[in-house]
Design a protein around this ligand. Structure first.
Ligand code: SF4
Length: 343
């Protein structure tokens, strides 16, 4: 049997062409897009489409959606999902409630090949890239499960988004479409471990989307020990590219910094970090490391008090910094933990 085409993975423009291929007017594509992006699971729900078209769609198309394999609810309103796809791959998404609205952290790949030592997601390597539709499905399904609207997106779950740039780009365009979820580019943050060649392209393509860099250390020696990507793209080059980014887009970069006891939290580390970032349009987000047992206990979380001290020291040196509130502490909030447990 011919494989059915997954409509959740199609842009409005692609659906217009598809509608014409089925002998319909192009505007039917826009109607289908609206239905699919509003979370419709069946063609029978698409009541403004002619019955004949709905029957045709049933024959040749499907609306792919993952299954909820596991759901963990935290007391603070955070909900962590393990979603499973038809091919057996599973990924995580985390829904979070903030004062300013609801946010979701989505995964961009099943697994990850970056191998950061502090991360549970990378432990199994990369299984495959997710499609744009599979990234969007995480939002639609989380909305359906929680009964809440998502207003902010962070692409910071499993995977390196810049290692799946084509699908990431499609996802950003689709999720921003006013006939779809209509989430503003400024309400979206993409986090990278620092794939330098993609940063310039991203600045060009999506100047309004926020960029976060997982920095985690101020020297090549420490950063390479935590993040193998640093061997290929060392700190000096990464920071130079980040400065170019801020000059080009006039957008503030966020540097993520997981505080690890006696590894990156000493006074000398903070001084180096401040020197590195001085004068850049940026902000440092500190968070005590979320320890995972898979890193064999070699990395220990720095205390929240130490993170606050580091933020003060950075501020005094002219670098904006905050300590992030860590949500979902009573569930396995560290990225990748749910997936490892399920395997
Ligand atoms: S921290 Fe991010 S880039 Fe590093 S291994 Fe985990 S998912 Fe990949």
């Amino acid at each position: 049997m011919e494989k059915k085409i997954d409509l959740r993975n199609m842009t409005k423009e692609e659906l217009a062409v598809f509608a014409e291929e089925l002998g319909e007017k192009a505007f039917r594509g826009r109607q289908i897009f609206k239905w699919v992006q509003s979370g419709a699971d069946s063609f029978d729900e698409m009541t403004n489409l002619p019955g004949k078209l709905r029957e045709r769609l049933k024959e040749c198309a499907c609306i792919g959606r993952p299954q909820v394999l596991k759901r963990q609810d935290s007391k603070d309103g955070t909900v962590k999902f393990l979603f499973g796809f038809e091919d057996g791959n599973a990924i995580e998404s985390v829904f979070m409630k903030y004062k300013y609205g609801n946010s979701i952290c989505v995964s961009s790949q099943a697994g990850c090949r970056m191998g950061c030592t502090f991360c549970a997601s990378g432990k199994l390597g990369l299984a495959r890239n997710l499609t744009a539709g599979e990234i969007i499905s995480q939002i639609l399904l989380a909305e359906k499960e929680t009964g809440e609207k998502v207003n902010h997106i962070v692409v910071m779950g499993t995977g390196e988004p810049f290692d799946n740039y084509d699908e990431l780009s499609r996802f950003l365009s689709m999720v921003n479409d006013k006939d779809g979820l209509g989430i503003g580019m400024r309400n979206i943050t993409v986090s990278t471990s620092g794939l330098i060649p993609v940063i310039g392209r991203f600045a060009e393509d999506f100047p309004q989307v926020n960029l976060a860099i997982s920095l985690h250390a101020p020297t090549d020696e420490v950063r390479s020990s935590m993040m193998p990507v640093n061997n290929k793209y060392p700190i000096g080059e990464l920071i130079a590219e980040c400065r170019k980014y801020t000059e080009k887009t006039n957008r503030r970069i966020t540097f993520e910094y997981a505080v690890v006891k006696d590894v990156n939290d000493r006074d000398e580390d903070v001084r180096r970090l401040a020197d590195l970032l001085k004068g850049m349009l940026c902000h440092v987000n500190l968070i005590p490391l979320n320890e995972i047992k898979e890193s064999s206990g070699s990395l220990k979380a720095g205390s929240r008090e130490r993170a606050i001290e580091i933020a003060d020291m950075l501020e005094k040196r002219g670098v904006a910094a905050t300590v992030r509130r860590s949500l979902g502490r009573d569930i396995d909030a560290a990225c990748g933990q749910l997936r490892l447990k399920a395997d």
